[in-house]
Design a protein around this ligand. Structure first.
Ligand SMILES: Cc1cc2nc3c(=O)[nH]c(=O)nc-3n(C[C@H](O)[C@H](O)[C@H](O)COP(=O)(O)OP(=O)(O)OC[C@H]3O[C@@H](n4cnc5c(N)ncnc54)[C@H](O)[C@@H]3O)c2cc1C
Length: 475
């Protein structure tokens, strides 16, 4: 039920980008309505009791370096609306079979020291990004544009554009440092031999030192709830349980912003687009999906290495070669035997997630787009490899294949969680060279399929909404 029959702005989808876009418009004094297909808000930023009563699991996003670093989210009073960040002692640990562990710490210097022979290389590679983050963020968390400090940006660009496997081998001597960087770059969901994968590795490493990799106390749902609560406090409206099938169903408005995949945009507005734009959206590439597991555990994960028990996130994939193999397999439509597993253990630093003495863990690996193959056994084998006895702690588990993820949120096309492939082309033209704009006046795209892409940061919504405001001459 809506309060008005006409709005200045309508937003389709209540993911972090949809809510961010709505907030930008509402702050400019516009009347705003958000329509969400699901009964709950948040899209990829949600929590639920997926396993047993008393256990709270993050359905999608769990770890939030980009949210705390987001230039837009930083301006919002989200703490006043119930959001509290909790920081693990170490952002990330990456164990090896020989018992050694690469640890990404808050301190750049301490991280370097822990990498032994690669101390200077690590500091030389990541240090300048940390030092100039305040400048760099405006380019990293925005559409790619012409930089103001061309020398510094050229140096960053020369590293960022390289395939992660090449940069890791040319910069680091030790297997440990190479594996650490490979794991960071693998968040791109691209084969590590692809150009541009180093960018993701470099940014995630820098963010560990700049702002940390926190989780939201009480669950990621709190992020969406805080955004929604703030939006309502400035007059915005949100209606859930309304799937938009066509833009003709929407109440009249000056602008419409779609927190949708290009496929979703085609479904609701395709017939209004010229054939060339339709074809460009149809050609948009999505990339691999993910297979996800959440566990309710009777105790903390029994890591062989103590440092893994102090890290919010643990990367399980052994060496650079093994991670590279896992990532290229999912691109080649194969289900890898030894998947690279990204694991988070929120209850270690947020006891509200599980009953006393018990714990939650969240993990996923990359699989072919649209896969229905059950990777549970292979994911659990990777955990067991670095934490013998893990399986004995499992009280209950919830699994989600790519097709199940997509059924719950149609933006996750084929289970792809990055809003589309992070190929070099799609880093520049996301989803087309028109970026947020569409050929229909007043109709914009604001999802992770626009720059700067995936992650909970709201910057896609922010940039799209700024263009929407400009289009109605409010800027
Ligand atoms: C398993 C998983 C793990 C992740 N882990 C992390 C992480 O740890 N850290 C991180 O930063 N990011 C993570 N991400 C990525 C992050 O969740 C997304 O990048 C982010 O949520 C994208 O936000 P969005 O607003 O663009 O879209 P979404 O969050 O996908 O929201 C889109 C919303 O639109 C709604 N919708 C779709 N179609 C319609 C329609 N026709 N009508 C009405 N509503 C519609 C959907 O129901 C959904 O609520 C993860 C994602 C997944 C799936």
């Amino acid at each position: 039920m809506t309060h008005r029959n006409k709005y200045d702005g309508v937003i389709v989808g209540s993911g972090p980008n949809g809510l961010a876009a709505a907030i930008v418009l509402a702050r400019a004094g516009l009347s705003v309505l958000v329509l969400e297909a699901q009964e709950h808000i948040g899209g990829g930023t949600r929590s639920d009791a997926l396993t047993l009563p008393g256990f709270t699991h993050d359905v999608c996003s769990a770890v939030h370096p980009m949210a705390v670093a987001s230039p837009f989210l930083r301006t919002l009073p989200l703490e006043d609306h119930g959001l509290e960040w909790v920081y693990p002692q170490y952002p990330l640990a990456h164990p090896s079979d020989d018992g050694s562990v690469a640890v990404l710490k808050r301190s750049l210097e301490e991280t370097g020291q822990s990498l032994g022979v690669d101390e200077n290389s690590y500091r030389g590679l990541v240090g300048p990004l940390v030092a100039k983050w305040a400048f760099l963020e405006q380019y990293v968390l925005a559409p790619i544009g012409i930089p103001r400090q061309p020398l510094f940006m050229a140096r960053f660009g020369i590293h960022a554009i390289q395939p992660a496997s090449r940069l890791a081998k040319s910069y680091f001597k030790s297997e440990l440092a190479r594996a650490l960087f490979a794991g960071l770059a693998a968040h791109s969901l691209m084969p590590l031999e692809s150009c541009g994968t180093s960018a993701v590795g470099l940014v995630l490493a820098a963010l560990a030192h700049v702002s940390g990799w926190p989780i939201a106390k009480g669950g990621s749902q709190r992020i969406a709830d805080a955004l929604a609560s703030y939006l309502r406090s400035i007059g915005g409206e949100i209606v859930t349980g309304v799937r938009v099938h066509s833009r003709n169903e929407l109440p009249p408005s000056r602008v419409v912003l779609c927190d949708l995949s290009p496929r979703g945009l085609l479904q609701i507005a395709g017939e209004s687009f010229p054939a060339s734009y339709r074809r460009a959206l149809e050609r948009y590439q999505y990339g691999p999906g993910v297979f996800k597991v959440d566990w309710a555990l009777r105790g903390p994960i029994p890591w062989t290495s103590r440092q893994c028990a102090q890290a919010g996130t643990v990367h399980l994939g052994g060496t650079l070669a093994e991670i590279a193999r896992s990532e290229s397999d999912s691109w080649r439509n194969e289900h890898t035997e030894y998947p690279f597993v990204l694991l988070a253990q929120p209850s270690l630093i947020d006891p509200s997630r599980a009953p006393a003495g018990c714990h939650t863990a969240w993990a996923y690996c990359h699989v072919p787009n649209g896969s229905t193959f059950d990777m549970t056994g292979r994911i659990e084998a990777q955990v067991e490899r670095f934490a013998p006895g893990f399986r004995d702690l499992i009280l209950a588990r919830s699994t989600k294949s790519p097709t199940q993820l997509e059924a719950e949120n149609s933006n996750l096309v084929g289970g792809n969680i990055t809003g589309g492939a992070n190929s070099l082309r799609q880093l520049f033209f996301r989803p087309t060279c028109q970026l947020y704009e569409t050929p229909v006046k007043g109709l914009f795209l604001c999802s992770a399929s626009t720059p700067p892409g995936a992650g909970v940061h709201g910057m896609c919504g922010y940039h799209a909404a700024m263009r929407a405001l400009a289009s109605i001459q409010l800027l």
